[in-house]
Design a protein around this ligand. Structure first.
Ligand code: AMP
Ligand code: ZN
Length: 457
């Protein structure tokens, strides 16, 4: 029986799908205005793991991960680039697919785009207005009256009174209460807008998810997920909107993935301490990099923070290489049906069923690795490969994976990047790359004519 930690109850609860055998899962997807960083990748890799494991467990999983393609940041960026909004969001959605494919994330069953669900958003806003929960402000915006929803704060365990006292909320004469949030923003020049019974405007961010959940999965979901930071206000507001309008439970299980940190601080665009997925992958061996990052991201429990450093990534890469070496030396037997009665398979399943305890599941993979190495048993090797496959690992050709094992980083890409930095007179960056390489045991020698050679120390 699958159990899942529910942020709403703060307890592990059994998964009891509303429709037996079918699980509906919605994950708040990316806002497509820039490349994604390795912290974003953690959250989406965690839910890919959940999707794969529930599917492997026999459920039909209807998995929706939206694309937020209208938002302040998108408008700002498109204006700064002098680019139409649609061109920016198309470009960034394509880049997202490229990056996610490299990380072996399966495409979700549904990938709704906010701009295609504006009618559904307006429908919910109208219901809220009819019930007296939403109101039109003098400036043409429509707000959600937080005090009208008794359950406000139940997910994040925040009390509206404390919110007022605890936070400095800017005075906005359009809002009746500083806690209220925008459902619909009146049209401004230079901004895209849609016609509506509230006048021309565009949706607020929170209403997008309430409408897309309802449109693609229905009014009550089995699982709703996102990164840790989305609990408040985003998910709190989603609950207020959906339950306020529709009058029944919105989500049975709330799941939140903990952050990936860099230098003990959360990796984020606004802090500037981020590495994009492609930046990281381009420095890794093209055959292995995607799976190495995936292995690194899943090795920690999804509710524990993980720290990204070159060393922790390489440590994961080495562990993965160790497994692939064994798969190469002891080729998995073909045509084997996975035997869940095998004690190690049963332990793997028990770990994954226990709130997706990947550290315990990985421990089983390492035990199997040792067992296969010791026994040379092709059936056990097949079991190792099959269990890894349940969470998107160990499916590459072992010979290809292991070949070129020496260069676990893509040194040439770093050398090229350093030379480009030098050319652009970004000497700080060029020096930093030289230092990084030095730390990895790679020495550079600049030859006449701008050629750089490298060798191992
Ligand atoms: P954003 O583009 O900031 O809206 O983030 C998209 C998704 O990535 C959300 O689910 C965030 O919670 C998640 N996220 C952002 N930063 C991190 C991080 N450092 N570690 C894990 N997840 C993150
Ligand atoms: Zn959302």
């Amino acid at each position: 029986m699958q159990t899942i930690y529910n942020t709403l109850s703060r307890l592990k609860e059994p998964l009891k799908p509303i429709v037996p055998g079918r699980v509906s899962m919605y994950v708040c997807g990316p806002t497509v205005y820039d490349y994604f960083h390795i912290g974003n990748a953690r959250t989406f890799t965690v839910f890919d793991m959940v999707y794969r494991w529930l599917t492997a467990s026999g459920y039909r999983v209807d998995y929706a991960r939206n694309v937020t393609d209208i938002d302040d940041k998108i408008i700002e960026r498109a204006n700064a680039n002098g680019e139409p909004i649609g061109a920016l969001t198309e470009r960034m959605t394509a880049a997202m697919h490229e990056d996610f494919d490299r990380l072996k994330l399966l495409r979700p069953t549904f990938e709704p785009r906010a701009t295609q669900h504006v009618a559904g958003m307006l429908d919910i806003i109208r219901m809220l207005e009819d019930k007296g929960i939403a109101y039109r402000a003098p400036n043409g915006d429509v707000y959600y009256a937080v005090r009208k929803f008794a359950g406000y704060g139940k997910l994040s365990r925040k009390n509206p009174d404390d919110l007022i006292a605890g936070e400095r909320v800017a005075v906005d004469t359009n809002k009746r209460d500083p806690l209220d949030f925008a459902l619909w923003k009146a049209a401004k020049p230079q901004e895209p807008h849609w016609p509506s019974l509230f006048g021309n405007g565009r949706p607020g961010w929170h209403i997008e998810c309430s409408a897309m959940c309802r449109a693609v999965l229905g009014e009550t979901l089995d699982i709703h997920g996102g990164g840790w930071d989305l609990q408040f206000p985003h998910h709190e507001n989603e609950i207020a909107q959906s339950e306020g309008a529709l009058g029944h439970a919105f989500v049975n299980l709330w799941m939140h993935a903990a952050f990936l940190n860099f230098d003990s601080e959360k990796m984020s665009k606004s802090l500037g301490n981020f590495f994009t997925i492609r930046e990281v992958l381009n420095k890794l061996n093209p055959v292995r990099g995607g799976e190495e990052v995936r292995f690194f991201l899943l090795r920690g429990h999804y509710r524990s923070e993980i720290n990204y450093t070159y060393d922790t990534l390489m440590d994961a890469a080495n562990a993965l290489m160790g497994i692939y070496r064994v798969l190469k030396d002891v080729p998995p037997a073909q045509g084997i049906v996975l035997d869940w009665a095998h004690p190690l398979a049963a332990r793997f399943k028990a770990a994954m069923d226990d709130d997706f305890d990947t550290p315990a599941a990985f421990a089983v993979l390492f035990e199997l690795r040792d067992e296969v190495r010791r026994s040379g048993d092709a059936h056990l090797s097949a079991l190792l490969k099959a269990l890894g496959g349940m969470i998107g690992l160990l499916q590459a050709d072992p010979a290809a994976f292991v070949s070129g094992a020496e260069a676990s980083i893509n040194v040439q890409a770093l050398v090229d990047e350093r030379n480009a930095a030098k050319k652009a007179k970004d000497f700080a960056r060029a020096d930093a790359i030289r230092k990084d390489l030095d730390a990895m045991g790679i020495v550079l020698e600049d030859k006449p004519g701008g050629v750089t050679e490298w060798r191992k120390k």
